[in-house]
Design a protein around this ligand. Structure first.
Ligand code: ZN
Length: 356
C-alpha cells in the first residue's frame, strides 16, 4: 500500500469558503480551537519544591478553579480569582502570561454543593479583582455570577489563551483524580514538581501525566466528497470523521489506514497530517489526518461500532447540517476542524450537539 505522510501543523486563517470548488486535499491551514497559545509552562522552575508556595504568595497570581471538570465562565471568558488563603492540596501550576509574572494555578474544588458555595463566596480583594486570562481585563462582580461549563461546550468560544489554559487544567487535574496510586506497588503517591509528577514514597516510582495518541481522519475521494460515519453510541443523525487509538507498537499512519479500513471498509492510499489537538477526555492527543481513497465504492459500515457511512458533496453536507437533519461534532473538536478544512470554511450553524 502506497501510504505516505507529508506536511506538518498548519496555522493561520481559513481561505474564503468556496463550496463549489473541488479541492479534496487542499494543503493547510487547519484551524484548531484548543491549540496551545504560548503559555510559558516554566518547566524548569516548577520542579523547585517551593515553587507553588512562592507563586501562591504573589499578588498577580490568578487561580482557575475546576469543579468536576467544569470551569467558571462569564461572557465566554474564564473567570479567574486571586490566590487567597493557604495553598490548596489540589493546586497545580499551569504557567505564566509572561516570563516571570502573571502566574496561573489550577485548583480542583469538591464536586459537592458545599464546595460550590465556598467558591461562590471566595473573598475578593478590591485591588485584585478576578481577571480573564485572555487580556488581563478585570471583571466586575463576584465569581458567584459565573456559569460553570465544560471545555467541550465552551472551548471554541473562548479566546486562544483561555482555551489553552482550560485544556491544560482539565488534562492535569483529571490525571490527579484518576491516578492516585503507584502503578508498580499500589502505594498512594505524592505530588511533586508543582503538580506535574507523582512519586511513590514506597518504591520511588515516578509517574507523569501522559497522553494517549489517537488518529482522527477525514476520508475524501477524487470527486471531492467526504466520507462520514455514524456510530451506534451516538444519535442516529450524528455523523463524524473516523477515529481510533493508536495501538501499542503501531505508527499513527498505520493506525489511520487500519481504522478507516475497519470502520468504513475503505482502503486509503494517501495520508496527510494536518495538526493535533489535546482532548483531555480523559487524556487523548488527537492527531488529525486527511486520507484519500480511489475506491469510494468500498465504503460500508462495520456494523459493530459504525451504524452507517455516507459520502457527501459539500453542497449535500451543508444542506443537511443547515437544515438540522444531520449533526456534526461541536466546534471545539478537531473532527469539526477537519470537516470544515475540507469544506473550505465554517459550516453553517444549526442544532449542535453539546459535546464533541
Ligand atoms: Zn510504588
Amino acid at each position: 500500500m502506497g501510504t505516505h505522510v507529508s506536511g506538518s501543523g498548519y496555522r493561520g486563517h481559513m481561505p474564503t469558503p468556496d463550496p463549489q470548488a473541488a479541492q479534496p486535499d487542499r494543503p493547510g491551514p487547519l484551524e484548531l480551537p484548543l491549540a496551545d497559545a504560548g503559555l510559558h509552562r516554566q518547566d524548569q522552575q516548577r520542579q523547585r519544591p517551593d515553587w507553588l508556595d512562592h507563586v501562591w504568595s504573589l499578588r498577580d497570581t490568578r487561580v482557575l478553579s475546576l469543579r468536576d471538570g467544569l470551569a467558571p465562565t462569564c461572557d465566554h471568558r474564564l473567570v479567574l480569582t486571586p490566590a487567597a488563603g493557604p495553598l490548596p492540596e489540589t493546586a497545580v501550576y499551569l504557567g505564566s502570561f509572561r516570563e516571570d509574572s502573571g502566574h496561573l494555578v489550577a485548583v480542583s474544588l469538591s464536586g459537592s454543593p458545599q464546595g460550590a458555595a465556598a467558591e461562590a463566596e471566595m473573598p475578593l480583594s478590591a485591588e485584585t479583582p478576578p481577571a480573564h486570562a485572555a487580556d488581563g481585563d478585570h471583571l466586575e462582580g463576584p465569581a458567584a455570577d459565573a456559569e460553570w461549563l465544560d471545555l467541550r461546550d465552551v472551548g471554541h468560544r473562548l479566546g486562544a489563551l483561555d482555551a489553552a489554559l482550560l485544556t491544560q487544567a482539565v488534562a492535569v487535574t483529571t490525571w490527579h483524580r484518576s491516578s492516585p496510586h503507584c502503578t508498580r506497588c499500589g502505594h498512594r503517591t505524592e505530588v511533586r514538581s508543582s503538580g506535574w509528577m507523582r512519586r511513590c514514597p514506597h518504591c520511588g516510582t515516578e509517574t507523569f501525566p501522559r497522553t494517549d495518541p489517537a488518529a482522527i481522519t477525514a476520508v475524501v475521494d477524487d470527486a471531492g466528497r467526504i466520507l462520514l460515519g455514524s456510530a451506534y453510541r451516538w444519535a442516529a443523525h450524528r455523523y463524524s470523521t473516523f477515529a481510533g487509538f493508536v495501538e501499542a507498537g503501531e505508527s499513527v499512519e498505520a493506525a489511520v489506514v487500519r481504522e478507516v479500513a475497519e470502520e468504513a471498509g475503505v482502503e486509503v492510499d494517501d495520508v496527510r497530517y494536518l495538526g493535533s489537538q489535546a482532548w483531555p477526555f480523559p487524556r487523548s492527543l488527537m492527531l488529525g489526518y486527511l486520507a484519500r481513497t480511489s475506491r469510494p465504492e468500498q465504503a460500508r459500515a462495520d456494523r459493530e461500532e459504525i451504524r452507517d457511512v455516507r459520502w457527501f458533496t459539500r453542497e449535500e453536507l451543508r444542506d443537511e447540517v443547515a437544515s438540522g437533519r444531520l449533526w456534526i461534532p461541536s466546534r471545539s473538536s478537531i473532527s469539526r476542524a477537519l470537516i470544515e478544512h475540507w469544506y473550505g470554511g465554517p459550516m453553517p450553524d444549526a442544532e449542535e450537539e453539546p459535546a464533541g
